[in-house]
Design a protein around this ligand. Sequence first.
Ligand SMILES: [Zn+2]
Length: 55
Amino acid sequence: MSGRIRRCPKDHTYTLLPSCPACGTATVPAHPARFSVQDKYGRYRRMAKTESCHD
Ligand SMILES: [Zn+2]
């Protein structure tokens, strides 16, 4: 269901627009491959959550 979702590579804003509504940077399609990479970081963030509440 995320085929039309796009993401700003600069500030990670999710949008359906071809450019970021926040900063105007051209967005990229939020393909599943990119979500896989993000999931790796998500795991690290979950592991680090006991040390840092920054999120
Ligand atoms: Zn942006």
